[in-house]
Structures are given as C-alpha cells and as structure tokens.
Design a binder for this molecule. Structure first.
Ligand SMILES: [Zn+2]
Length: 640
C-alpha cells in the first residue's frame, strides 16, 4: 500500500502504490502483477512436477511419461539446436514444388490439419442457435499481426510496427535459406497480401455482437463467395464429415479472400505459405528462430527485454500441448477436493445475491426478470478441474523430438476439434487447462469456469478472512456471473442458445446505463495520447462493476451474525475493497498497453480498479469519501 495517498483521490495508488514502488517488471515479461505472480508460482510448481516426471529411470504412469518426456525433449537444447529447422523442411519442400494455384489450394487442408490456419480459420463450434450441436465454422484469419487494425491504422506506431513486421518476415525467410533480396521482396508481398485480408476483416467492437458473427449458410453459398477453395473437397481432405451448412462468421471476408488470392501471383502465395509455416513452428526450432520470433512478437509488440529462461518456455509448452495431463498432477499438489468445495460455497453465496439483485432491479421488466432468473438457475458452475480428463494415449511423445511432439499434440487437438462436427456438444470440456490463471463465462453453454490455477492466494486462500476472499476471488466470480446478463449475455438464453430474451424496453434502459460506462472509460488515458476504448471494453467494465457490487452484498450476508473483526486497522468493508484493488496491482510496458488497448476487451488494471470503486457508494462510505473527490463519480454508473 501507499498510505500517503488519499484513497478517495486515487484508490489504485493507495492500494498498490507500495507494491508498484518496490517492484520492477522482470526482463522476460511484458508486464508484472498479481496474475503474473500467480502464474509464476504455478510455473514453479509445474516445473517440480515435470522434473520428477522427466526421470526415465523412475517408475512412471502413462501420464507422467507423456508430460515428462515432452518436457525433457523441450529442455534438451543441444538436440533442438542441432536439428535447426529440420522439422519444417518436408513442408517447405512441398510448398516449393507447388506449380500453380490449384496445387496451392490442395496444400491448404494439410496446413490446417497441422494447426496452421492459412488464409482463414476453420473448426467446430457450438451452434449459437442450437446449443446442443457442434457445427462446422469458417472465419476470418490468416494474419500474422494480432489484429487487422495493425495493417490499416495510419498512426506512427502502426507504421513502425508494419516496418518491423516486414523486416521480421524477411529475416525468418532468410533463416530458411532465401537470399536477402528474395526474402525482402517476399516479405513485402506477404504484408501486401495480409493487408488485403485485413481490409476484409470485421473489427473487434463489431465482433462483440454475436448477431454479427452468426451466419449459418449453405456450403454452396460459401462456394459462391469463395469458389477458389472447393469446399466439399477441403472438408473431405481435413477429415470432416459431410457438411451442408456451416457458420461463416463474417461472409464478406471470404469474398475478399477470394479476390485477394485471384489477384496474387503464385510466387507471392507460396511466400505467404512459407512464412506461415516458419512462423507457426518458430518456437520449437533452433535458437535463431526462437530469438527472431521473440524479437517481433515480444520485444517490438509487447516491450519485453529478454527471452524467458528455457524451463519457463518448456513448462508453458507442456501446458499448451498436454494441458489436461499436466493439470491432473497439478491439482493433486495444489487444490484438492477441499478447495473445490469451499470455492463452490462462495459461488453459491454470490449466485444467491445475484438472484435477489435481479428481483429488485429497477430498470428490468417483470417478464425479462423471470427469464433472467431461469437463466441464473441453469448456470453450470465449473470449479477447479474437469470431472473427466482428456486422454492423450494416442499422442506419441518422444524423448528426443521436441518439434515432433509439439506437432503431434497440435494435430491431435485439431483432429479432436474437427471430429466434433455434427456431434452433440460435450459439456464436460473446459475452455482452459487446469493450471491456467484465468476464469470465464461461456455464453453458448451458460457455464462459469474457474480453473484451479486462478483459485490461489492472493485471489483465494483457505487461510484468508472472508472480506479478503470475497473482495478478490468473489469479485471474479461475480464478474463472470454477470457476463450471462450483459449486452452479449442477454442474447443467449438459459440453454446457451442465441435468442435475445430482452424486450426493447429493457434494451433501451440497459443502453442508457451502459452509455454512462462508455463515457466514463473513454476518458481514461492509459498511455500518453492513447485512451481506453469504452465500447470495446463495455462488457468487461460492466462485469467488473456488477461483480464487485454483488460480491460486496454477498460478504455483507456472510458477515451477518459473525463478529466483525478489524484487522491491521481496517474494517471488513475496507479490507474487501483493498483486496479487490490489490488483485489488480500491476505494471506494464507501454508497448504492451498500446497493443492491448486495441485487442483486449478488458480495461488496464488501474482503471479496472478506480473505474469501478468510483461508481460505488459502498466504497465511498467505507473510506468516508466526500462528494467532489475523484473517487466519487457524478453521475455514478449503475447497471447491476
Ligand atoms: Zn470478463
């Protein structure tokens, strides 16, 4: 804390100022804060598990063999470096031999099966209007930069990033044997081609509206828009079942994609594919590839100074490739059945408050309230870890083949995804691996998901007092819960089907209140000259505000009849808000902030704290803030 700061002037500084003054961003990170500290601690636990599992002389279970040998192969830097880029040579040779556009087309399914979404995205998804079935889905994609805006924006920083991007592509193509002149020319051609795809991609604010990304159309219609890919042949080549209709998130993209491919030359398209292959696999190749990949994606785009030590990258790689196998071992040592039960109790307490809250809401019509309560009742609470673990027995993991292991694990996931097309939805699947520091609401399943990785101190601890647990972990639970009822969630019903259950009157009232938040957050300047996008972040800001209010009420319920203890001079109410603020203690490289302002629907942590508490009379009462102070918003925004 920074006790010299006034909590009513800048609560974030008051709660986190001491932490910020005594911490620095590690050289291998773009940012540092509570979430990162948690992730770092998880990595150390995971390393311990993996070190033990990597011992081939020990008596290992099948799961331990997979994760242990994967980790061993990744850590074996000597072998990885000796192999250079051998792993992608066969694919590069195939691309080199492609004689015409027809041959290029026939190569694309193979790339998709390897997890390289060349030209567009394809996979399975839950049908937004029939949440029991998985359907095929094709979407915009094919870009090497994180968002279409990086290709289209005219500001100096975007220009600079594009320049660095072309240099980077040139260097990567040089590493796979192209002459400097050829690599430079190819890099420019790749940027030009991807820019055309970007021009036909839908922006992120629009993509928040599920109606704008749901277009279930006949394959014949997709073929009319984009005849280049012979779709039935593509589906057959990737092993998908016969498909007659699919969701094409944004159909105009495919019209643009077709034109872009038609007007590009065969050598330019081949350069694009070579770039895709080397970019996709860079992290599994020898040091020059890893370092150059880091140079663009971490140093330039995120402001990171140094590559992480190899063991951290290898832990992350195991978690990415074999997350459910690693997760099984992780929960054994960190969470257990007790953690699951106690967290579930907190979830139920918060859901109960949400129910009362909906009952008494002044702006929602009675008919809509009824639907909201049905939806709340139907939410599936997933806490800690899945009931069923993914079975990796068919993934071959070799002790001396890091790139091969990564490829096989990748292909296993792609195949698993394609295999779901045309089948009922499997609701036992989780969106995150267990050790992940994240939480989420899935609108198409009406479920909230809290992997064990995030249910750790200081966000949640069996030994913390209730005020601290509700202020941090409870606020996250409340946050995820309200997502079911915000401007996106309202479009999905209790079964997860895309069906707007609000009346126009409700929508108008919500919009009025949402406008308050859009205006408030749009004024926040995150880095000099760059403001928060109040529209892109609306859903998350709404969830932050609603989540904290509900968690606060749940704490008040919880404390009824209990002794109200003052700890370290702070009342339970003050400790609740301090715990919330400190859950967001954070610092970030300006490059990273600049990138996230365009791509992340969450506001920067400082505003996730101050933007919320300034709208809460409960906060102002707890810290005796008088009107006119910065942490007393006028008007105060209030939705949930
Ligand atoms: Zn959220």
């Amino acid at each position: 804390m920074d006790k010299s700061a006034d909590p009513c002037t800048d609560f974030y500084q008051y709660a986190c100022g001491g932490w910020i003054a005594s911490n620095t961003i590690p050289a291998d990170r773009p940012s540092w804060g509570t979430g990162e500290m948690l992730a770092e601690r998880n990595r150390i636990v995971l390393r311990d598990i993996l070190d033990k599992a990597a011992d081939a002389t020990a008596n290992r279970s099948a799961v331990e063999q997979k994760i242990g040998d994967y980790y061993y192969a990744c850590m074996d830097e000597k072998t990885v470096n000796a192999r250079g880029y051998d792993a992608i040579k066969p694919e590069l040779e195939r691309i080199g031999a492609l004689a015409d556009k027809a041959a290029i087309r026939d190569e694309v399914p193979r790339l998709h099966l390897q997890g390289d979404d060349a030209f567009f995205e394809f996979g399975s998804e839950t049908d937004l209007k029939d949440s029991n079935s998985r359907i095929a889905a094709a979407d915009q994609g094919g870009l090497g930069l994180p968002d279409r805006d990086f290709y289209l924006n005219k500001d100096a920083r975007s220009e600079q990033i594009r320049k660095s991007y072309v240099e980077h592509i040139g260097k990567m193509l040089g590493l796979i044997g192209e002459s400097a002149d050829a690599a430079t020319a190819d890099a420019k051609a790749v940027l030009a081609f991807e820019t055309k795809l970007a021009e036909h991609s839908l922006d992120r604010v629009s993509r928040r509206d599920p109606d704008k990304i749901y277009h279930k159309i006949a394959v014949t219609e997709l073929a009319t828009r984009c005849p280049f890919f012979r779709w039935p042949e593509f589906f057959a080549a990737v092993g998908a079942p016969k498909i007659e209709t699919l969701n094409v998130d944004y159909p105009d993209f495919f019209t643009g994609l077709n034109a872009a491919i038609e007007s590009a030359s065969v050598p330019d398209l081949k350069a694009y594919l070579r770039w895709r292959v080397v970019n996709n696999e860079a992290s599994q190749l020898s040091d020059p590839f890893v370092e150059e990949h880091f140079n663009l994606y971490s140093r330039t785009l995120r402001g990171v100074r140094e590559l992480s030590p190899r063991w951290k990258r290898c832990v992350d790689s195991v978690n990415f490739a074999l997350g459910d196998a690693l997760g099984q071992k992780y929960v054994d040592v960190t969470f257990g059945a007790e953690g699951k039960q106690r967290t579930l109790d907190m979830v139920l307490a918060i859901e109960k408050v949400m129910k009362g809250n909906i009952d008494t809401l002044d702006w929602m019509t009675p008919a809509t309230k009824k639907e909201a309560l049905v939806k709340l009742e139907a939410i599936a609470n997933r806490i800690g870890y899945p009931d069923k673990w993914r079975d990796y027995s068919t993934v071959r993991v070799a002790r001396d083949d890091f790139a091969g292991n990564w490829e096989r694990a990748n292909m296993f996931e792609v195949k698993r995804d394609f295999d779901k097309i045309g089948k009922p939805v499997d609701r036992s699947e989780w969106p995150f691996s267990t050790p992940t520091v994240n939480a989420g609401y899935s609108p198409d399943e009406n479920s909230i998901n809290f992997p064990a990785g995030i249910l750790q101190p200081p966000l949640y601890s069996n030994t913390s007092d209730d005020a601290a647990n509700f202020g941090a972990g409870g606020a996250i639970i409340g946050h995820e819960l309200t997502h079911g009822f915000d401007d996106e969630g309202r479009k999905f019903d209790a079964h997860g089907n895309l069906r707007d259950w609000w009346t126009k009157e409700d929508a108008d009232e919500f919009q009025k209140r949402a406008k308050c938040l859009i205006d408030e957050y749009s004024k926040f300047e995150a880095v000099p000259g760059q403001h928060v996008n109040g529209e892109l972040t609306l859903g998350e800001n709404t969830a932050d505000l609603g989540g904290l209010r509900i968690a606060f009420e749940a704490l008040m319920e919880d404390l009824k009849g209990k002794e109200r203890k003052t700890i370290d001079g702070f009342t339970p109410e003050q400790r609740f808000f301090l715990s919330y603020g400190q859950a967001w203690c954070h610092m970030q490289k300006p490059q990273m902030t600049g990138m996230l302002l365009r791509t992340d629907p969450h506001s920067p942590p400082r505003f996730r704290t101050n933007g919320v508490v300034q709208n809460m009379p409960e906060f102002q009462k707890a810290f005796a803030c008088s009107a006119g102070k910065p942490m007393v918003a006028a008007p105060a925004c209030h939705i949930w």
